[in-house]
Design a protein around this ligand. Structure first.
Ligand code: DGP
Length: 211
């Protein structure tokens, strides 16, 4: 029997846009229906690995680092998990991902580093079937919870990051989700897109990023 491959669905957005909550809700909704989906969203940076721990100490202001070196670590943090990712998808499991290479490029290029250099490091990673970009007015995001507790959580930085995100959107797989409603309303918008995208997955293997 040929197993249809799983989907790769990425949630992106600025800090405190609600994407982590939405990623979890997507996994629960799909699992409830008996879909073959990972038990928890994948999250980048994955702070549990050795590389992830170095990234985390930068983000929490415990260590400083050259911007390009840091960028390579974020990218390596994705590459170190790519075999497992491909394996899951090939076996029919859908992976819901909380941030991916789009954050990778946006947060570094926001500091003024050349966009094409930033993209190169993630070139060849599996390309997602859909990127759900959860958008929220910056002032609202900044008023949420612990905004300000980590390195990039300043209005100035987030404004620059948003400008780069906007450059990365492509008509084939980019879905803008209005994240300003209540959690359930936003979830309805997300699951609608995901149902549609997963319903259309063919036997074509995943593409690769930024070829
Ligand atoms: P999160 O755990 O989703 O809150 O992400 C932590 C912070 O790291 C957040 O400010 C976004 C930023 N970030 C996520 N991925 C990358 C990346 O690949 N490169 C850079 N430079 N920053 C990233």
């Amino acid at each position: 029997m040929i197993t249809r491959r799983g989907g790769l669905i990425v949630l992106e957005g600025l800090d405190h846009s609600g994407k982590t909550t939405q990623a979890k809700l997507l996994v629960s909704a799909l699992a409830k229906r008996g879909a073959n989906v990972v038990p928890e969203p994948w999250r980048f940076p994955d702070r549990t690995t050795q590389i992830g721990k170095m990234i985390s100490s930068y983000l929490t202001n415990d260590a400083d680092m050259d911007d390009r070196a840091l960028h390579l670590l974020f990218s390596a943090n994705r590459w170190e998990k790519v075999d497992r990712l491909r394996q899951l998808i090939d076996r029919g499991t859908t992976v819901i991902m909380d941030r991916y290479a789009y954050s990778g490029v946006s947060y570094t290029a926001a500091k003024g580093i050349d966009l094409s250099w930033c993209k190169l490091c993630d070139r060849g990673l599996p390309a997602p079937d859909a990127v759900l970009f959860v958008s929220l007015p910056l002032k609202l995001a900044a008023s949420r919870g612990t905004f300000g507790s980590e390195k990039y959580e300043t209005i100035g930085m987030q404004e620059q990051v948003l400008k780069v995100f906007e450059k990365l959107s492509t008509p084939e797989n980019w879905y803008q989700i209005d994240g300003s409603g209540d959690v359930d309303e936003v979830h309805e918008k997300c699951i609608k897109v995901v149902d549609d995208v997963l319903g259309k997955i063919s036997d074509q293997p995943l593409g690769e990023l930024w070829q």
